[in-house]
Design a protein around this ligand. Structure first.
Ligand code: UDP
Length: 239
């Protein structure tokens, strides 16, 4: 398979076409951004770490019956994925109050939620990814009602699988963001990445943050935290 022209460059990844029409070539970058791009930095080794971490999570989910775009890792920073048309909705799943939800509701960060919360955000950088509800999704034509039911169902199932997997590694899954895409046949599958860039992971004993909040909040040791996640989920830390 050959790598062809770049289709898109996002904040943390580049996407290329390949000689096979149904496959994309993804390159994970060391760039980190927060607060809708206002804060920027390069975190040495992040691309390598997230490529491997995401590959582990997506392969594990596939084994457990969650169809997703991951095909194979081809180098330290690159992987091949199935081509999908990304649905421009960021799906956030929360088990514990943190970040924007803790702020919005005035809840202390760390408070366990009585039930899992699913939120939708409009994936639109110009607007700063605003939170939207089913009616907004309907009038924007982002997804049909039935598709949204399917997305929510898949998101909750993924949460249960990830929560249990991580619990066994002494990691609390606080919250995370997913993106879904459509394959040509119209089926909705999980896409994008699952990594410390897109999840909040806390050590179950110390509550130490092992995710992008270390960068957002200037807590230091960002790379070390990502390495710790990779080590605990069974990956190699020799990056
Ligand atoms: N998240 C993400 N991309 C975004 C916004 C949020 O991956 O553009 C993830 C974030 O890492 C966290 C969860 O979604 O795990 C919830 O984020 P929140 O709404 O609390 O926003 P934040 O406080 O990160 O701005």
């Amino acid at each position: 398979m050959e790598k062809l022209e770049q289709l898109y460059e996002g904040k943390a990844k580049k996407v290329f076409k390949t000689s096979e029409p149904e496959k994309y070539w993804i390159e994970y970058k060391d760039d980190a951004t927060a607060f809708n791009g206002e804060k920027k930095a390069r975190i040495a080794g992040k691309g390598t770490l997230n490529n491997e971490i995401s590959a582990i999570f997506l392969s594990m989910l596939k084994e457990k019956g969650v169809e997703n775009h991951f095909i194979k890792k081809i180098s330290a920073t690159e992987q091949i994925v199935q081509q999908v048309e990304i649905i421009p909705i960021e799906v956030v799943i929360r088990n514990i109050a943190a970040g924007s939800m803790a702020k919005r509701l005035g809840w202390d960060e760390g408070k366990e939620l009585p039930k899992t919360i699913v939120e939708f955000y409009y994936k639109n950088d110009e607007l700063g990814d605003p939170m939207i509800n089913n009616d907004h999704i309907d009038i924007l034509g982002l997804a049909a009602e039935q598709e949204l039911v399917e997305i929510r169902k898949q998101a909750l199932k993924i949460n249960e699988i990830l929560k249990e997997f991580l619990q066994n590694k002494n990691i609390i899954l606080v919250d995370f963001k997913l993106e879904f895409g459509k394959i040509p046949a119209g089926t909705i599958i999980l896409a994008d990445e699952i990594s410390p860039d897109t999840c909040r992971f806390w050590d179950a004993d110390t509550m130490k943050k092992l995710d992008k909040d270390r960068f957002r909040r200037d807590l230091g040791s960002v790379e070390e935290a990502y390495q710790e996640i990779l080590r605990r989920i069974g990956g190699s830390v020799n990056v």
